[in-house]
Design a binder for this molecule. Structure first.
Ligand code: NAP
Ligand code: ZN
Length: 346
């Protein structure tokens, strides 16, 4: 075991504090990564605050990891020392079940191992990227193209793939009318990716305070959901609505914004249940679905797509000592648009 510095929550809802965690010795198929940057995803906050149920503490979050390979196991073929790599929400899966064979390791029938708070194959509990180093199976690290700076690339490992995957699955392209609900970490990536795919993009945000940024990032239109006229004027306007909101939304109001055959895709995962009257679906052949990150191959595809289109996250780099303050700002929707921890300060 190697001991590395990290920031972890000592118990539910407690502020994160500096601590030391253990990383396993390098196995033949493992790589050791020197972490350069780790993004702060709202899921980190939901998790350590117990929004999604009890966790095992201390818990170091972080599943938007970018860094360089520091060492490789004897059997490693995909990565070399010095390579720029990223790790997202997944660090292992069986590799043999129908989901893994389809490239959807997040749905591994035998249990995907998530980057933190998950039981690893050796029985230990995984610890995330708010730390100096991480050891992962080589197949769960993706290559970060040279065109992407590591700090702006880190958030792509979750916010990027979580928005790219459903947009691709929904065949979004030229002619698609896409609305992105919530201009936060996921939302601002969704806007850029939908625009790069050729869609007509509308942002639906609580206020117009981030309108200039939304337009600069590729939105064609921008409306405030606090204005009741938005839901009247935009009725029947969209083919796809990507809901990235971390809190409960009024499903009926948003389903009303879909055109016939339109789809509301939820990636935001609030603790609350959302009520649904099926009449909101039946009147217009509408559908509602969820989407959970994306597989490893698609994560690589997304990084290559972002590099090709010059897309990165808009970030505020912070020292680790400011993690708790950053959490408060994310909860207040005061993030523009992703906090990224400089891992050298851990
Ligand atoms: P974030 O940066 O906090 O963005 C969420 C945005 O939602 C906010 O910026 C805000 O946008 C809007 N919002 C927040 N509270 C709201 C409220 N009470 N009413 C209406 N709008 C509100 O969070 P994130 O990191 O993008 O994550 C968003 C959600 O996706 C979280 O629930 C997270 O756990 C989930 N997530 C899911 C997956 C997946 O695989 N499905 C992956 C990653 C994250 P405006 O200020 O523009 O209104
Ligand atoms: Zn995330």
């Amino acid at each position: 075991m190697t001991r590395v510095n990290a920031y972890a929550a000592p118990r539910e809802a407690a502020p994160l504090e500096k601590t030391v965690i253990e990383r396993r010795e390098l196995g033949p198929n493992d790589i050791l990564i020197d972490i350069a940057f780790a993004g702060i995803c709202h899921s980190d906050i939901h998790t350590v605050r117990g929004d999604w149920g009890p966790q095992r503490y201390p818990l170091a979050p972080g599943h938007e990891i970018a860094g360089t390979v520091a060492a490789v196991g004897d059997a490693v073929t995909r990565h070399r020392v010095g390579d720029r790599v990223g790790v997202g929400c997944l660090v292992n899966s069986c590799g043999e079940c129908r989901s893994c064979l389809r490239g959807e390791e997040q749905f591994c029938v035998n249990g995907a191992v998530f980057t933190y708070g998950s039981t690893d194959r050796d029985g230990t509990v995984t610890q995330g990227g708010y730390s100096e180093q991480v050891v992962v199976t080589e197949g769960f690290a993706v290559r970060i193209p040279e065109a992407l700076p590591l700090d702006k690339a880190a958030p792509l490992l979750c916010a990027g793939i979580t928005t790219y995957s459903p947009l691709r699955r929904g065949n979004v392209g030229p002619g698609s009318r896409v609305a992105v609900v919530g201009m936060g970490g996921l939302g601002h990536m969704g806007v850029q990716i939908a625009h790069a795919l050729g869609a007509e993009v509308t942002v639906l945000s609580q206020t117009l305070s981030k309108k200039d940024d939304g337009i600069r990032l590729g939105a064609d239109h921008y409306f405030a959901t606090s204005d009741p006229a938005t839901f009247k004027d935009l009725r029947g306007s969209f083919d796809v609505i990507l809901n990235t909101v971390s809190a409960a939304i009024d499903l009926r109001a948003y389903l009303g914004l879909l055109d016939v055959d339109g789809a509301l895709v939820c990636v935001g995962l609030p603790p609350e249940q959302l009520g649904l009257n099926v009449g909101s679906l039946i009147g217009g052949n509408k559908s509602i679905s969820g989407s959970n990150i994306g597989g490893i191959a698609q994560t690589q595809e997304m990084l290559d797509f972002c590099a090709e289109h010059g897309i990165g996250a808009e970030i505020e780099v912070i020292p680790a000592s400011e993690i708790n303050a950053a959490y408060d700002r994310v909860l207040a929707s005061d993030v523009r648009y992703r906090f990224v921890i400089d891992a050298s300060t851990i």
